[in-house]
Design a protein around this ligand. Structure first.
Ligand SMILES: Nc1ncnc2c1ncn2[C@@H]1O[C@H](COP(=O)(O)OP(=O)(O)OP(=O)(O)O)[C@@H](O)[C@H]1O
Ligand SMILES: [Mg+2]
Length: 249
């Protein structure tokens, strides 16, 4: 069985950072191999993981649509080869980047192959971590299986939390099959006010925990150093791991 965890939340709240910490945690707990999926068209989970990516699933789909299939190869074989090339392997986890969304025109054939490929691929991993862009369209479009845990990341701002509430409601309505969703409040300087906490609770969002604002987390990112290499005794990493201990089976 594959356990899938998806990240969502307003832009810049720390979805990719938390995804990186989660991958670090799962590797540490030997919950491997993990499939990391970057479903943000402005992909940067690879940087957080310290990996270089050249191929994306979107590129493979684009090439198949254009019909650039080498002679002597069927479309299916070519597409599957291109899709396989988009999976980057590392120790304990693999990463696949979805890439750019579809342009105009018909992608039906390519998408059928893509869906089949993803279904087979995801079956190989006990854990999937999916980073997303702000908004939920991608989760509904791209996941073939259900989401076991949706981690909604917000900062302490009212607007961030309102977005989190909206995303939670949307997830219910989109019929994605989210088994459980949690709110993670990230980049915390001052504890959120009671008014804010009440607003969250009243709207049925369960808070999994908070992660402090941390200078190292910021500096690593600024200097292009992979977030997953931040030492485990860092306060933000520690806080994230404590949250995962509670919510990841
Ligand atoms: N706990 C934290 N302490 C300090 N800086 C943080 C923390 N969490 C995230 N950041 C910083 O905030 C910025 C945005 O983080 P990140 O890219 O993870 O957000 P995102 O939600 O994935 O953004 P986007 O919506 O653009 O994909 C980065 O510079 C990151 O280093
Ligand atoms: Mg991101």
């Amino acid at each position: 069985m594959t356990f899938s965890i998806a990240l969502a939340g307003k832009g810049g709240t720390g979805k990719t950072t938390v995804a990186g910490m989660l991958i670090k945690y799962l590797v540490k707990m030997d919950k491997t191999p993990i499939l990391a999926v970057d479903a943000d068209s402005n992909a940067n989970l690879n940087e957080v993981c310290g990996l270089e990516v050249t191929d994306t699933l979107g590129n493979a789909r684009e090439e198949m649509k254009k019909g650039v299939v080498p002679s002597g190869m069927t479309k299916d074989i070519f597409m599957n080869m291109k899709l396989q090339q988009a999976v980057v392997e590392d120790e304990g986890f693999d990463l696949v980047v979805m890439g750019q969304p579809e342009g105009p025109g018909c992608y039906c054939a390519a998408n059928t192959l893509l869906t089949g490929f993803l279904e087979k691929l995801t079956g190989n991993y006990p854990y999937i971590v999916m980073d997303n862009e702000a908004g939920m369209e991608h989760i509904s479009r791209l996941t073939t299986s259900n989401v076991d845990v949706l981690l909604i990341v917000s900062d302490t701002s009212r607007r961030g939390l309102q977005a989190a509430i909206r995303i939670n409601d949307l997830a219910k309505n989109l019929n994605i099959g989210v088994s459980k969703s949690y709110l993670i409040i990230n980049q915390v300087k001052d504890a959120p006010s009671d008014a804010v906490l009440n607003m969250v609770k009243k709207n049925g969002l369960e808070i999994a925990g908070t992660i402090p604002e941390d200078n190292d987390v910021y500096e690593y990112d600024l200097n292009g150093r992979p977030t997953i290499e931040i030492p485990e005794d860092n306060q933000a990493v520690k806080a994230a791991f404590e949250i995962f201990d509670k919510i990841i089976p």
